[in-house]
Design a binder for this molecule. Structure first.
Ligand SMILES: [Zn+2]
Length: 242
């Protein structure tokens, strides 16, 4: 284990760009901005990555995960989704700041190291093709690609496609689940690459987990052995069930 200070320094000033091995400075993230990020340290829920106030032991699950087990096996998030992390993620998403992907990917790699150790393939949550045309890149894929490379795992950006555009309809967990039901498909020509494998699904943000569950269900139906989820940020409290 590294001392906390050293680990923190690695996060703000990664010693190496994982893609090229070249030395790198922190891309556009000031020490002040970094200090405002609420990183999720253990203890957290093994099922959904929500931070716990108290340590309930290894593999402990939160009340929501106990009441309704998720379609995915485990989840990890690097930080809490709040103003500070939202600003960074929106920059990656909408401001062509793909240079941030290496840093965010490093955060995910640290938070999800346990899941990465078991993973046999890395799959990003896909964008609908019209949105991809507009944005030109998928932020989840930008985070997943360097992660897969760093851990020498197959990167499968085509394993899932999004058939329905995300309408944001339904803010409740149940509403979100209905909105994303049937939204994803696993193209037949990609299935051989996920069959029998433990897949790590990557996204930028997890809100209710409905999107990740819809993706996980599609991957499991297509033959994946299990699906874990890793995201940059997750909302602290799941909205109440409706
Ligand atoms: Zn949970």
């Amino acid at each position: 284990m590294k001392p906390a200070g050293r680990a923190a320094l690695d996060l703000i000033l990664p010693q190496h760009v994982f893609d090229t091995g070249a030395p790198a400075l922190s891309p556009g993230l000031s020490a002040e901005a970094w200090s405002q990020i609420a990183f999720i340290e253990a203890p957290a829920c093994d099922g959904c990555g929500a931070p716990f106030e108290h340590d309930f032991g290894v593999k402990a699950r939160c009340a929501a995960c106990m009441a309704r087990p998720r379609v995915f096996s485990r989840a990890r998030a690097a930080c809490v989704y709040d103003e500070a992390s939202r600003d960074l993620i929106l920059k990656l998403k909408h401001a062509d700041r793909t240079d941030l992907s290496g840093l965010l990917s490093a955060w995910v790699g640290r938070a999800a190291s346990e899941l990465l150790a078991d993973a046999e393939a890395v799959v990003p949550v896909p964008l609908h093709r019209l949105r991809l045309l507009k944005r030109r890149y998928n932020q989840a894929a930008e985070i997943a690609r360097p992660l897969a490379r760093r851990f020498a795992l197959p990167f499968l950006p085509g394993a899932l496609v999004r058939r329905k555009a995300d309408t944001q309809a339904g803010k409740s967990a149940a509403g979100r689940r209905r909105a994303v039901a049937g939204a994803f498909a696993a193209p037949k020509d990609q299935r051989a690459r996920i069959e029998g494998r433990r897949v790590l699904l990557i996204d930028d943000v997890m809100t209710t987990g409905a999107t990740a569950e819809a993706c996980a269900r599609t991957l499991l139906r297509a033959g994946a052995r299990a699906v874990d989820v890793a995201v940059v940020a997750r909302v602290r409290e799941a909205p109440p069930e409706v």
